[in-house]
Design a binder for this molecule. Structure first.
Ligand SMILES: [Zn+2]
Length: 166
């Protein structure tokens, strides 16, 4: 079973990995092959030898899709930025997963910090709705009940009024 110490240790490793990340950017590289307008060019031969590859970077950011042309000498750098970006997203997911696990573990192993309920023992003699108003935790209930009774009385009154007018 995973302990609290193991989970906090895992989060420390995730933070260290985040700090160690180099340049990054979102996107995906693709290769494009084009034809030109020069008559008799090889791109119109049979079979056609189209021009390229040209490298394009596509990405979405702030809800907008964009495409940029990438020069051949920048492809390696962009590829490593894209890889680092995926690592960033992966590390964030891991951190969140671990943080949720850690929080659950902490709250389950410290029942004294919850609302005084004993763990794992549902009370078969839970208070019925009739006796529930005396429960100290439900201080709002009598007010809500009174408010409903007032509303109910108004409803009866107005119904009576309609009947009386008819
Ligand atoms: Zn051509």
């Amino acid at each position: 079973m995973t302990t609290e110490a193991q989970l906090t240790d895992k989060i420390q490793h995730i933070k260290a990995a985040l700090l160690a990340l180099g340049d990054l950017r979102p996107g995906a590289l693709s290769e494009q092959y084009n034809t030109c307008r020069t008559p008799g060019c090889r791109c119109k031969a049979d079979p056609p030898q189209r021009h390229g590859p040209y490298h394009q970077l596509s990405y979405s950011h702030h809800g907008r899709s964009r495409t940029e042309n990438i020069r051949p000498e920048h492809i390696d750098a962009v590829n490593s930025q894209i890889a680092n970006y995926r690592k960033l997203r992966d590390l964030i997911d891991q951190w969140i997963d671990t943080a949720i696990e850690l929080d659950r573990l902490r709250r389950n192993t410290h029942p004294d910090k919850s609302h005084g309920r004993k763990p794992g023992k549902p009370d078969p003699g839970a208070p019925s709705p009739q006796t529930d108003t005396s429960h100290p935790a439900s201080t709002l209930k009598p007010l809500q009940t009174r408010a409903f009774q007032a509303f109910d009385a108004q409803l009866r009154f107005s119904t009576f009024g309609v009947q009386a007018a008819a």
